[in-house]
Each structure stands twice: as structure tokens, then as C-alpha cells.
Design a protein around this ligand. Structure first.
Ligand SMILES: Nc1ncnc2c1ncn2[C@@H]1O[C@H](COP(=O)(O)OP(=O)(O)OP(=O)(O)O)[C@@H](O)[C@H]1O
Length: 334
């Protein structure tokens, strides 16, 4: 297999090897951007450290492999008060549930029902403030969560890439930044090749990512590239916010405040491929949680479990497939 760019260093890939004031400033800005881009999401915030000082990350570091993670949440409530603190709006109401390794859990519900809010609370992406109050219990493998107790990937609705890099270069750059233990170029190229195969990106490996102006890889391929970048750190848990939404923002346009470029849903084929990738990751032992709005039947068929919300409240939590139909028919909703 021809490897293009896999062996380049970060500076070379970004074309920032020249000396001089402007070049150095650009290099520093780009390096900061790249680090921000490929560093994991912020730490989980809810609830506080269990205080035993131990972390499953330590185990992961010692064995080089992250242990499977079962996430359990109980009585999660999230409320927002207005400026005068007189009116309180409940975004999540007393939610409980569980996500297990080897299973794909979909958080479903109408627009505004709280899917993204729940996903963000579970991933520790919501910062409590005087106006935003979060309560409840979140457990990892039966223990109250600590701030660094599990590694996770968070695939956002927007995909953010350097549009001029190829898929392979993007992954190689992410691996160079994240996998300090891989020092040789050959090892890194081999790692990237395996990842390309695992995520199904071999056929477009040497295509430019592209942006709104220069046609590059498809929306579905961008989504899977996002996933691949997040998988480099081998996280046992994967959160994906609306993975069938193909929204792409190139760094240049984001800097110009043009974040909405390329908005839209993936077509049926791409949406199914992205969900199939998530399903396979679940089958590999990851705990996969995604939020999704109105999935097609073929996409729904890939879910193992669902959490169904309406106006922040739980309607159903349990196995997917035909079980929800049987559950609702008990209440006369056939
Ligand atoms: N920080 C916030 N400030 C004000 N309102 C918020 C905030 N976060 C969430 N909301 C509100 O909470 C509700 C749930 O939002 P959320 O994004 O979780 O819904 P969703 O089910 O993911 O919707 P969609 O499918 O449209 O993305 C919405 O009405 C939203 O406007």
C-alpha cells in the first residue's frame, strides 16, 4: 500500500517549517489549534470525585488497554433558572438508565426533548453554573464517577478538520499528537493503516478532506474520520451527538465565524454506514451512546437499547427492536 504523508511531522504537514517571525507565530497558532482539535473532551464533571484517589485510567496505563465500562445514571435532573432565579425550567427530569459494554444505546426523542443535554451530562460536557443546576448520580462500573475515572470519545455534530490534509494525513497527525508511545514513522503508518481499515476509510485514505469550496470526502466519510480521530486514544466509551448529521466546519471558516457551512443530514446510505461503524465498535466491546432524531428503520435496527425522552422526561428505557412496541401496547398505544 502506498503511504502518502504518513511519515511527515506535524510542522511539515502544515507547511510551517520555515523560519521567521510570521512563520513561527503561524506555527504556534496552528499547533495550539491542532492540540485543541485532537485533545479529548473536558473531564466529566458530575458528580464529585469518590475520594479514594484511584482511577481506572491508572489500570489502563498499566495494561495499555482500557477496561470495559458500564455507565449507570440515576435521578439525573438538570434545571435552568432565569436571570432573576424566579422561574425554573427542567431540561432533564429524574432520569435513570444504564449503558453497557458491547451494546449500542440510542437516546431518542423529539427535537428539544433533552437528548443532547443528557448525552452532555453523561459525558461531563455541561458545566454547572449558578443558573444551571445538575443533580443525580453517575456510576462507572458500580463506583461513583471521579473526575478522571474513564476515557471516552465524544464525536460532535460538527466535524472540524484541516481541509487540505488527506484522510491518512489527518489520522497520522492525530496519532503523532496523541500516541507518544509510538515513536517510529513505520509503526505509526501501520497503526494508521489498521485504523483506516477498521473504520472503512481505506478507499478514500489519500483523498483530501476538503471543505465547502473544495470538494473533498463525503459527509459520512467525514463523520467516520471524526470517529477514527477520537478512537486513537482507545477509549472504552464513545459518545456521538446526532452521528447521522453531516455538518462540516473547516477551521478557516470557523475562524471567520461561518460555522453553519455544509449543514444537513447524511443520505440514507451514509447514515447507515456511520451507524454500522458505531454498531461494530459496540460489538468490539465499546460502550456506545448516541443521540439521534427520527432514525430510519434500517438505522433503528442497529440499536441494542434505547432511551426515549419527551420534554426532558423518560418515556422508555430498555431493549430496542420490538420491545418498546410491546411496552407501549400495555398502555393501549398499539
Ligand atoms: N444552556 C442552555 N440554556 C438554555 N436552554 C437550554 C440550554 N441547554 C439546553 N437548553 C434547552 O433544553 C432543551 C433540550 O435541548 P437539547 O439540545 O438537549 O434537545 P435535543 O432533544 O437534543 O434537541 P434536537 O433534536 O433539536 O437537537 C431545548 O429546549 C433547549 O433549548
Amino acid at each position: 500500500m502506498v503511504v502518502l504523508g504518513g511519515g511527515k511531522g506535524v510542522g511539515q504537514m502544515l507547511g510551517l517549517g520555515r523560519k521567521g517571525g510570521v512563520g513561527q507565530i503561524l506555527a504556534a497558532v496552528a499547533a495550539a489549534l491542532v492540540l485543541r482539535l485532537f485533545s479529548g473532551p473536558g473531564p466529566a464533571l458530575l458528580p464529585e470525585d469518590d475520594g479514594d484517589g484511584e482511577s481506572d485510567d491508572v489500570e489502563a496505563q498499566n495494561t495499555g488497554k482500557s477496561p470495559p465500562v458500564t455507565l449507570r445514571w440515576s435521578n439525573i435532573t438538570c434545571s435552568l433558572s432565569d436571570k432573576s432565579s424566579k422561574a425554573v425550567r427542567f431540561l432533564l427530569k429524574d432520569l435513570s438508565g444504564e449503558a453497557e459494554p458491547g451494546r449500542l444505546l440510542a437516546i431518542m426523542g423529539p427535537s428539544g426533548s433533552g437528548k443532547t443535554t443528557l448525552l452532555n451530562v453523561l459525558a461531563g460536557q455541561i458545566v454547572a453554573s449558578p443558573r444551571l443546576h445538575i443533580s443525580g448520580l453517575l456510576e462507572v462500573n458500580g463506583r461513583p464517577i471521579s473526575n478522571r475515572s474513564f476515557k471516552f470519545a465524544y464525536v460532535r455534530q460538527e466535524d472540524l478538520f484541516f481541509s487540505q490534509l488527506t484522510v491518512r494525513e489527518t489520522l497520522s497527525l492525530a496519532a503523532e499528537l496523541q500516541l507518544q508511545e509510538i515513536s517510529s514513522v513505520e509503526e505509526r503508518d501501520e497503526y494508521v493503516n489498521k485504523l483506516l481499515f477498521k473504520i472503512g476509510l481505506v478507499s478514500c485514505a489519500d483523498s483530501r478532506v476538503g471543505d465547502a469550496k473544495v470538494r473533498g470526502i463525503s459527509g459520512g466519510e467525514k463523520k467516520r474520520l471524526s470517529l477514527a480521530c477520537e478512537l486513537i486514544a482507545s477509549p472504552p466509551v464513545i459518545f456521538a451527538d446526532e452521528p447521522t448529521t453531516g455538518r462540516s466546519i473547516c477551521s478557516k471558516y470557523r475562524a471567520m465565524g461561518l460555522g453553519g457551512l455544509g449543514l444537513g443530514s447524511l443520505d440514507a446510505f451514509q447514515a447507515e454506514k456511520v451507524m454500522e461503524t458505531l454498531r461494530q465498535l459496540a460489538q468490539d466491546g465499546h460502550t456506545v451512546i448516541c443521540s439521534i432524531h427520527q432514525p430510519r428503520g434500517s438505522v433503528y435496527a442497529k440499536f441494542d437499547d434505547i432511551v426515549l425522552l419527551t420534554e426532558g422526561a423518560l418515556v422508555y428505557a430498555g431493549p430496542a427492536h420490538d420491545e418498546p412496541l410491546a411496552y407501549f401496547s400495555k398502555f393501549g398505544f398499539v
